[in-house]
Structures are given as C-alpha cells and as structure tokens.
Design a protein around this ligand. Structure first.
Ligand SMILES: Nc1ncnc2c1ncn2[C@@H]1O[C@H](COP(=O)(O)OP(=O)(O)OP(=O)(O)O)[C@@H](O)[C@H]1O
Length: 362
C-alpha cells in the first residue's frame, strides 16, 4: 500500500493538514512540539485504529474541537485506489470507512492497510513483557494468515469462559468444565500452528538481517508455544485443572506464548546496548516487512519516529535501505535535516516542514 494523499483535521495540534507523500521516502522535519510525531500518529490511526502514544482517543482530538477526521487515498499493490476515512468524536464509537462503505471492525481497516512503527521505545518489545512480543508476532501472522484472526477471537472467547468457570467456588456437572477445556485446547492448538508456521518463515529473514545489522553477535531466536507442546494442550489443561482452580485462571496455552532472543547465549536485553537493542528491533520489524512482501506481495507503510535517537548514521542508512527494498513507503521524523543527511542519495523523496501544526512541502 502506498499513500498518495493524506488529510488530517483537528488531530492534536494539526488543525487542517494535507500532504501528498512521495512513494519511497518522506522526511517530516520540525522543532520539538511542532507536530511531527502527530503526523505519524495520524497515519498510525489509519492502520491500527489507535494511537501509539495513548489509549485515550479523546487526548488526540484537538483541544478546541469535538472530533478529529483522517482521510487517505492510497494505491494498493494491484494498482487499485483505496480511500480510507476515520472519524472520532469525544464520545461514542469511531466511524471508519473504506471506499465509502462503513467498516464495523478496526481489524478490517488493519487488513487493508499494513503499517509498521519504529520509535525510540520500540525496543520495549524485547525488554518488556511476553505480551508485547506476542503482539509483535501476531501483527505478522494476522497479515499473512487470513484464518488467524478468527482463530484468535475463538481462543480468547473460550479462555474467558474457562477462566470464569475456574473462578467459580463450586462447580456442578452442568458447568461442563472438561468440555470447555477440551474446546480451549483444540482452539489453542490451531492458534499455535499459525504462529509456529509464521515464525518458521520469519526466522531466516531475521537471522539474515541480524547478520548485517549486528554481525558482532551470534543470535538464537526461538518461539515458545506457552505450554510443553510435545503434549496435547487439552491434556495439559486437564492435568493442571486443580492448580488452575487455585489460581483462578488457565496458566498455560497460547496466551502465554513468547519469543526468546539470545545474543551469544544470554538474553538479548541483558547484553545489548540501547542502540543495539534498537537495531535488533529494526531487524525484527524489517523481517516482517520482508516476509509480507515475499509471501503476499504486499508492502507496508513504515513510520520511523525520531530515527536519530540512539542509531548512528551508518545504521540508519542500512535500515532505511533495507526497508525501501521491500517497497515500503517510509516516513521519517527528525528535528533537522542533518540527522537524516544520509538520505541525500535517494531519488524519490519529499521533505515536509512542520511549524506550529502547519505542514509545508519543501
Ligand atoms: N489534543 C491536543 N490538542 C492540541 N494540541 C495538542 C494536543 N495534544 C498535544 N498537543 C500539542 O501538539 C504538539 C504536537 O506534538 P508532537 O508530539 O507531534 O510534536 P513533535 O514535533 O513530534 O515534537 P518532539 O520533537 O518533541 O517529539 C505539541 O505541542 C503538543 O503539546
């Protein structure tokens, strides 16, 4: 997907902005607080239906306004024009439209428009809780495996149902806990198969990227299902039933899955510097973009917020070069052009200057 026209209205300090981005590379330059990240945040909304800075939609609506509106005209990989719109009021649900038709779910928007984000705290995925690595992995599985979303929703519903039963003080036969744990086990196996297959496809790209980005380390990357997957999940769930009743929740399954990353035999977050962690994260995100391009002939819109932070010039260039090879459309924010001087060699590039919420193309 490639954005041709982006219109942003009443979003943070951007009251009325319209840009026509370049196909390859877009630089968004401005002082602190000028509104650069808000431009990326608005594009992120069009791909994820949410911000990357707050969970509260009301915070992104311009203080003087009752709603914000985003619109983009894009071209997909087959050359078809796609029009997406997103509007949100201070109360109520958003109105999401694709080519004039109302979409009922954010996932439908996400399916149409793959967006990736790289920002200074992206490496929290590596250092943070397993939930963050699952979210990272699932973004890719969602875009590559169309059955994954349904499998994931089914599993989450069954998990809720099973947890509610496990928390009940006394269970009767009518509660059919065994039945629900069997169903949960089967649904979990389906989800796990999707993730495993995706991870196996992703791994070679990741290893190749790391060989280029961080050649000084030897990496081991593994996927863990969330239970000892040599055994059937439903058998495990039945065996641990008593323990899970004491805890009040199901303690094993795909909701406990994780990606483990080791550098020279030690957990990556214990040995890598902040800059190296960021490069590891760049390698992970790039691998997803490469795989999506390879398997589905799809390209991402890639948002790089404050790329200057902790990545030296050589690493920034290697990363952006590699992204453009996946036909990604890249948006980079920086305080001044010096931070992104490495882009001078690129041909298809546009520079946008942001000042007090106004955007001007150079
Ligand atoms: N709801 C809102 N309404 C109006 N203005 C807002 C709102 N939320 C944030 N702002 C302001 O919008 C501006 C945009 O901030 P943004 O984070 O996009 O700036 P930036 O150019 O990326 O800055 P930095 O380089 O410091 O990250 C800030 O001045 C912020 O105070």
């Amino acid at each position: 997907m490639r954005l041709d026209d982006v219109q942003i209205s009443q979003f943070r300090n951007l009251s009325d902005v319209r840009i026509h981005p370049a196909t390859d590379l877009n630089l968004i330059i401005g002082d602190n607080g000028s509104g650069k990240s808000s431009v990326l945040e608005a594009i992120h909304y069009l791909g994820f239906g949410r911000s990357f800075r707050t969970l509260k939609h009301t915070h992104v609506i311009n203080k003087e306004s009752q709603h914000f509106t985003l619109f983009c005209r894009a071209t997909d990989e087959s050359g078809t024009t796609v029009k997406l719109g997103y509007q949100r009021n201070r109360i109520g649900e958003p109105v999401i439209k694709a080519n004039g038709e109302v979409l009922n779910r954010v996932s439908e928007l996400a399916r149409l428009f793959p967006v990736q984000l790289f920002m200074p705290n992206s490496s929290d995925v590596i250092t943070g809780a397993p939930r963050m690595r699952r979210r990272f992995l699932d973004w890719g599985v969602f875009h590559v495996e169309h059955g994954f979303l349904r499998a994931s929703v089914t599993y989450q519903n069954l998990l809720r149902q099973s947890n509610a039963l496990l928390r009940k003080k006394s269970l009767s036969k009518d509660d059919m806990l065994d039945y629900w744990l069997c169903k949960l086990g089967d649904a979990g196996e389906v989800l796990d198969r999707y993730r495993k297959a995706f991870f196996l496809s992703l791994k070679p790209y990741l290893i190749a990227n790391l060989g280029e980005f961080l050649p000084e380390f030897c990496f081991e990357i593994s996927y863990h299902s969330g239970w000892d997957s040599d055994n059937k999940l439903s058998d495990v769930l039945h065996l641990q039933q008593e323990k899970d009743r004491r805890f009040g929740h199901v303690s094993s399954g795909p909701h406990k899955a994780d990606l483990r990353l080791k550098a020279d035999g030690v957990s990556a977050h214990e040995v890598l510097s902040r800059g190296q962690l960021r490069m590891l994260m760049a390698a992970l995100l790039l691998a997803q973009s490469q795989l999506l391009h390879r398997l589905k002939s799809r390209s991402c819109v890639f948002l790089l917020d404050d790329i200057g932070a902790e990545l030296d010039e050589e690493k920034r260039k290697v990363f952006v070069d590699a992204l453009l090879k996946t036909s990604a459309q890249v948006f980079i924010t920086a305080i001044d052009k010096q931070q992104v001087s490495f882009v001078e060699n690129y041909k298809d590039i546009k520079v946008f200057h942001v000042e007090h919420g106004q955007v001007r193309e150079e």
